[in-house]
Design a protein around this ligand. Sequence first.
Ligand code: FMN
Length: 257
Amino acid sequence: MAGQPVQVLAVVGSLNPTSVTRTVILHAAERLRSDGCSVDVLDLEKDSLPLYNPDTAYDAPGFDQLQGRVERADVYVLGTPDYHGSISSAMKNFLDHFWREFAGKLFATIVASHEKGLTVTDQLRTVARQCYAWTLPYGVSFADEEDVRDGQVSSEALRKRLEMFVRDVRTYGALLARQRRADLEGAEPCPGAAGELLAAEWNHFSFDQKGYRVMGGQRGLKSAATNHKDTLYIRAPQRRLTGANGENGNRKTGRSG
Ligand SMILES: Cc1cc2nc3c(=O)[nH]c(=O)nc-3n(C[C@H](O)[C@H](O)[C@H](O)COP(=O)(O)O)c2cc1C
């Protein structure tokens, strides 16, 4: 693969110490590494994250470091168990801490489920859409005992599915990362989803007295809720604006460097 390696953040969204989601995420991480990707594993059982609170989350110990890991990634490989047809609370909590870091990047999903995990996969796709991220057109799902045994991927079906997944994460992750960089550098007249969103934020945001970053005309909401169309409220007073390579951005032009 030419150019810089695809940066993958692989998230284990189960707090179960003997999680099968972890087994599969680690298998995928190993395969991605052997295919030339740079993989950072965020295991929420070990790197625990307090429950998201918009007033305290961004000042919490360890948040800056976590944000750096999230910003660095081109692709998020998200692994979660199926809990009542939904994503785990650990995964939801992780996702709630971020959004603009996700814009223009790729979500690739793995679900542990006895029911194919379709509703869970759809929820992750919904989050991606809300955050202007792309998704693979399919997800991986697998069942404990059937596909994973004794801490190993045990079925040929899952192994094959993961080979396709790894190939697509590497290939489409690289394509999207390259395009996203071009978008952020303003190389094209229309900057696309990520460039549009970030350039708009660079140009128009300001802070209110409580440190909420405000974009658009209205103030008043204190939540971290986002409305991408008109107004963005993000409690992130000191969060750096960074370009494609992590460098500080120029707020006036929206260009990095
Ligand atoms: C609270 C809870 C709810 C669950 N709900 C479902 C469900 O709706 N459908 C399903 O197939 N499995 C469900 N499961 C089973 C887990 O998805 C399954 O055991 C999974 O393999 C656990 O993954 P882990 O070992 O990575 O934590 C549920 C488990 C728990 C603890």
